[in-house]
Design a binder for this molecule. Structure first.
Ligand code: PMP
Length: 353
């Protein structure tokens, strides 16, 4: 730390993203990226937009906002596009949390929530998951703070029904409830339609997973226009041009090719089911996942060891050295071939142990 670093950030522990190694080619199953390339339409549109990089992008992003709104069945003033969904989540911490509105989220969830709270100097409280690592919706009733729930949750892969989320909304009428739907396209139910009834709901989604655009950084939030206006105030006070021209064009190209996205999601879900069955028959324990990743443990072998032994064999997964989940590894659902390589390595590891 330099002697110039602001006092207010001196105790901040930054988020640790999954490894992005360059020294060796790994089977990369650690950051929940798509195994498929972006749509051809996205790539062609981005290539064309490159010819206009001398110009700032449209800060209102009229065209892409309209396309996202149409996809979600909402009005354009109910959508805000951001630089990945991480940015809309940070905006929500900035806009809706303070001393009187602490952040409230599960003890085991997306690690960035804690970092955003600390970055913004916002108090936070964590709510323990049940023993089976599911969220008990009743634990969030009357939360007395701004609620953040990843649904499906990460890294557990478990989901709450729309009815359960609605109960949380009803029981927090004076607080914002943020539902992070980064993984919703892999078989879970979206809560977007609830924005009609609840002025305290913000739903966030991303193009990083189901739309193969993690490298382009595109996310968005959906809520009633009053909430979106507040978030726009924060956006225009931080980075009005937060979506670059290439990403904006690629986003439009992707939305013009929904069939490709849907087909890829179906393939990932099929691969997820076959890998779940293969892992179980090898002796792994894991719940049914509603995401593009699996959260699994093997009795008698801790997660750190599984992670290291897979890495030695050229396969990267994610391990969280955190109470209650240290036994687990999180495995991104890749291509069929990648999953076969994974299963071959796991069979060897299990036999050796
Ligand atoms: N929410 C959750 C639960 C995530 O796992 C991620 C991915 N790391 C994000 C949000 C952010 O994704 P992105 O910024 O790529 O949209």
């Amino acid at each position: 730390m330099s002697r110039f670093f602001s006092e207010k950030y001196s105790t901040l522990t930054p988020y640790t993203p999954g490894e992005q190694p360059t020294e060796r080619q790994y089977v990369k199953l650690n950051t929940n990226e798509s195994p498929f390339p972006p749509s051809d339409k996205a790539m062609a549109a981005a290539a064309q937009a490159a010819g206009q990089l001398q110009l700032y992008p449209d800060p209102t992003r009229r065209e892409l906002t309209a396309a996202v709104a149409a996809m979600c069945g909402v009005n354009a003033d109910e959508v805000l596009l951001t630089n990945g969904s991480d940015e809309i989540l940070n905006f929500a911490f900035m806009a809706f949390c303070d001393g009187a509105h602490p952040a409230v989220f599960p003890d085991i969830t997306y690690g960035f929530y804690k970092v955003f709270a600390e970055l913004n100097g916002v108090p936070y409280r964590t709510v323990p998951l049940r023993d089976d690592l599911s969220v008990d919706p009743a634990d969030f009733y009357g939360a007395n703070g701004t609620v953040f729930i990843a649904n499906p949750n990460a890294p557990t892969g478990l989901t709450l029904s729309v009815a359960a989320v609605e109960e949380i909304l009803k029981n927090n009428p004076d607080n914002v409830v943020v539902i992070d739907e980064a993984y919703v396209d892999f078989g879970a139910e979206s809560c977007v339609s609830l924005i009609r009834k609840y002025d305290n709901l913000l739903v966030t989604q991303t193009f990083s997973k189901s739309r193969s655009m993690a490298g382009a950084r595109l996310g968005f939030g959906v809520g009633q226009s009053s909430l979106i206006n507040d978030l726009n105030t924060v956006k225009y006070s931080t980075n009005p041009y937060n979506i670059n021209r290439l990403t904006m064009a690629a986003g439009l190209g992707t939305l013009a090719d929904e069939a490709y996205t849907r087909e890829n999601c179906r393939t990932i879900m099929r691969t997820r089911e076959s890998t779940t069955a293969a892992l179980r028959s090898l002796g792994f324990e894991l719940a049914d996942s509603y995401t593009n990743f699996l959260f699994a443990k093997y009795p008698g072998i801790d997660g750190e060891r599984l992670y290291r032994q897979l890495k030695e064999r050229g396969i990267l997964v994610r391990h969280f050295a955190q109470p209650r989940i240290a036994d687990y590894i999180r495995i991104t659902v890749g291509s069929e071939t990648e999953m076969q390589v994974l299963m071959g390595a796991l069979r060897e590891i299990v036999e050796e142990c």
